[in-house]
Ligand binder design. Structure first.
Ligand code: HEC
Length: 178
């Protein structure tokens, strides 16, 4: 047996021995600290298209205007027209001849995803700093700017998943081949 092969055999046996020692050991390894329910809640934020995972609270676009102007307009401009290519959140047309402009209004298939995204990732300079109430309000305002909901339409856990997005049918379901 060559030296290289011998070396590989020894290494493999050592790794297996080491792994079985670790996995059979009953002692905790003593790394990290247990996750608290509060810390978990910071990550457990999935709001699904079928209505699961939404927090309590509600909001209208009329209420959301103030939140938007204070917390979003610096990067997305007063009417959602954006300050750069990827900050445009209003307008766009997926059927345009040129490269389509993807925005909340033109591209996003579910209002729940807008809620979910804003709650976990926006404002980009201070993610998760908005209350659930403020997220409902500001999402209502972004949808209002896109002409999707009325100014006084109340968005909450029941109504938001029922908002019909213009591009809801613009995607092909390929989940069966995954
Ligand atoms: C400091 C700048 C900044 C602030 C403030 C900010 N955003 Fe954003 N936002 C961004 C950037 C940059 C992107 C693009 C991120 C990307 O493409 O990955 C984005 C993306 C988005 C998108 C997705 C756009 C798309 O079509 O992909 C939404 C919706 C959104 N922001 C909403 C908001 C809302 C609502 C607020 C206020 C609560 C907010 N943002 C505040 C910078 C900001």
């Amino acid at each position: 047996m060559s030296t290289l092969k011998k070396c590989c055999c020894v290494c493999t046996i050592s790794v297996i021995a080491c792994w079985s020692y670790i996995s059979s050991s009953q002692e905790p390894v003593g790394l990290g600290t247990p996750v608290t329910e509060e810390q978990l809640a910071e990550f457990d934020l999935i709001a699904e298209p079928d209505g699961g995972g939404f927090p309590s609270g509600s909001g209208t676009a009329r209420q959301g205007k103030a939140v938007y102007e204070a917390r979003c307009a610096a990067c997305h401009a007063l009417n959602g027209e954006g300050v750069s290519g990827n900050t445009v959140i209003v307008g766009g047309d997926m059927n345009s001849e040129g490269t389509p402009l993807r925005t909340v209004g033109s591209y996003w298939p579910y209002a729940s995803t807008v809620f979910d995204f804003v709650r976990r990732a926006m404002p980009a300079d201070a993610p998760k700093s908005l209350s659930d109430e403020e997220v409902y309000q500001v999402v209502a305002y972004v949808l209002f700017l896109n002409g999707i909901v009325g100014e006084d339409e109340i968005l909450n856990a029941e109504t938001l998943p029922n908002v019909e997005m213009p591009n809801a049918d613009g995607f092909i379901d390929r989940s069966h081949i995954l």
